[in-house]
Design a protein around this ligand. Structure first.
Ligand SMILES: [Zn+2]
Length: 334
């Protein structure tokens, strides 16, 4: 196994974190900015100021949502908004950031997926509410790869905003196609009951990256996003790592994954498992019929999800993403 470099840990945080909001991305930018200024010890006030400026800058040009929950706005959006409206001044805003915005993001930033042990305190440690101390690794990666890391943070921020925008359901799309799917409202069922069945056809490997899944990390994933497909039928369910599941989020998968799903389903149909009837009921009695129905769903997903592909590319394939493979090997060997 390759040894990880400091910059790999950083990329792991930025690219494969669990992002329910844009906080971590903004903190990444803040940390690199402070590292560029050469500061090892950062007063909380200074940290808050740079973090606030990062959001002010971002929200000047973006009115996309900053978190996935559509019924709420992030603390940072509310603070910047109050500042814009004049109900607080700049110093007041910095103070609010200092006292309210860091509870989650500072302790959780150095996490890959849900695992805090991998990165540890490689990039900083802190005395909460008082100071943040940047470590050598931070200065070294910033010096060596500043532009690359900065571009990556920008790309990730846009990607997340795009995903949250779609999750909020107010995206532009072909309305008639969307209505067909959203009309069939459905109630959430417990899909974890499908795990033993799916394991029979997948073993303990992840549908997306092909690597082994640890027992505690098995997730049932909707290949075409549940938000779009609105049901939990087996033909659309696979097992994956939580990190693959979270990272894919509500994006569209490339055609090669679609073909893999068709093959997986035909594999079930060729077996004698009693549940194969469930697939026949949903998709039809012949391979041709099943393929046609799945393809229709996939083509509709392209329209509704506005070609918002996973990692921005129909060709994106986690099985051949060398960085990800190293990462997941590391995670699995923990
Ligand atoms: Zn995986």
């Amino acid at each position: 196994m390759d040894k990880f470099e400091d910059v790999d840990y950083w990329k792991g945080i930025v690219l494969y974190g669990l992002n329910q909001a844009t906080y971590k991305i903004a903190l990444g930018k803040t940390i690199l900015e402070l590292a560029s200024q050469g500061k090892e010890t950062i007063e909380w006030h200074q940290l808050s100021k740079v973090y606030l400026d990062t959001y002010i800058e971002r929200l000047k040009t973006s009115d996309n949502p900053q978190q996935s929950n559509p019924s709420r706005r992030t603390k940072m959006e509310r603070i910047v908004d109050s500042l814009k409206k004049g109900s607080i001044d700049y110093n007041g805003a910095v103070n609010l950031v200092a006292t309210e915005a860091f509870n989650d993001v500072i302790p959780r930033f150095q996490t890959i997926g849900t695992n805090k042990d991998i990165v540890g305190e490689k990039f900083y440690h802190f005395d909460f509410g008082k100071r943040l101390y940047l470590h050598d690794s931070t200065f070294l990666i910033n010096e060596a790869s500043k532009q690359e890391l900065s571009d990556e943070l920008e790309a990730r921020w846009s990607l997340l905003e795009g995903a949250f925008f779609l999750a909020h359901g107010d995206f532009k799309l072909s309305n008639d196609v969307r209505d067909i799917y959203l009309e069939n409202s459905y109630s959430r069922t417990n899909i974890t009951g499908n795990i033993p069945f799916l394991q029979g056809y997948q073993g303990n490997t992840c549908f997306y990256c092909g690597e082994r899944i640890g027992n505690k990390d098995i997730h049932v994933d909707h290949v075409l996003p549940r938000q779009f497909i609105q049901h939990d039928e087996i033909w659309n369910l696979v097992l994956s790592h939580s990190i693959c599941n979270m990272n894919k989020n509500d994006s569209l998968i490339g055609k090669h994954y679609f073909e893999k799903l068709v093959a997986r389903n035909e594999n079930i149909m060729g077996s004698n498992h009693p549940w194969k009837k469930k697939i026949a009921d949903s998709l039809g009695g012949s391979p041709k019929k099943r393929n046609k129905i799945m393809l229709d769903h996939y083509e509709n997903a392209k329209i509704v999800l506005n070609n918002n592909y996973w990692e921005n590319s129909p060709k994106y394939n986690r099985e051949t993403d060398p960085f990800f493979k190293r990462l997941i090997t590391k995670l699995n060997n923990k």
